[in-house]
Design a protein around this ligand. Sequence first.
Ligand SMILES: Nc1ncnc2c1ncn2[C@@H]1O[C@H](COP(=O)(O)OP(=O)(O)OP(=O)(O)O)[C@@H](O)[C@H]1O
Ligand SMILES: [Mg+2]
Length: 276
Amino acid sequence: MWSSPVWVRARRRSAMSVTSTDLITVRGVRKRFGAREVLRDIDLNILAGSITVILGTNGAGKTTLLRILGLLEPADEGTVAYDGVVPGASTVAYGTSTRSPSQDGHFLPLRRQMLLAFQHPAIFSSSVLSNVTYGLQLRGVSRAEAEERSMAALRETGISDRARQHASSLSGGEAARLSVARALALQPRLLFLDEPSASLDPYGTKLLEDLLMHMRDDLGMTAVVVTQDIFEARRVADQVAFLHQGRIIEQAPRDDFFTNPRDEQTRRFAAGELLV
Ligand SMILES: Nc1ncnc2c1ncn2[C@@H]1O[C@H](COP(=O)(O)OP(=O)(O)OP(=O)(O)O)[C@@H](O)[C@H]1O
Ligand SMILES: [Mg+2]
């Protein structure tokens, strides 16, 4: 399926070299909602050109952490550094400013290199095709090229026959495929996916996982994927971070995480035992 993909031709010129350096370094991040602390002293390293899976149970803080990494939500304390993305260090330091990074124009170039796809994908009130072309046109791609790249992405994700349909009428799985198509067309340097396969059938899940690995291997993309599915983590992760009750219990390369976990809670979670 990936033999002659258009997006490789389109972006190979800007592919990043794969290094083992951090693209994102998180230190001491905390987040409270009211009196509840939902993220506690988070340290996390996201390696450039790799897939990091954040595993955790419901309410662990996964979506909140992803929103902070994606500059949509400010943390209360701590720092998030995006060293490999923009020339010079770009660091979001919390606890010193009340300003949300999502409203800070300084981070616009950084945000333009990111794509976030959430549990419930944000769908614009327009056609399926426009939902894909929008992000490309926002980044200065001409309408004709945007439509060509978007149609190719919709074909790859199996929903090209829905291109002119209103996006709000897509089924849950089709909407998830639309998120995948956006990533495919945009080829962000940094992709954040929140439970991407939750509403995908096995074919859609395979498509998504192949896409992720292809974008990592051929484009040097860095991805952070939130899931509760330990089998998916085993299939796609280079690194796994286990988030439990707002804390990172363990972060390790995939094989170490599953075969030789340091923490007892990690071992139980990786073994599929219930955690309370
Ligand atoms: N805007 C908010 N206001 C108040 N509480 C919030 C807000 N956003 C999240 N929370 C709470 O923070 C906790 C962590 O939420 P989060 O969505 O990050 O969890 P999650 O790990 O993504 O869970 P799930 O697996 O169910 O998606 C939850 O208890 C949630 O109710
Ligand atoms: Mg969530």
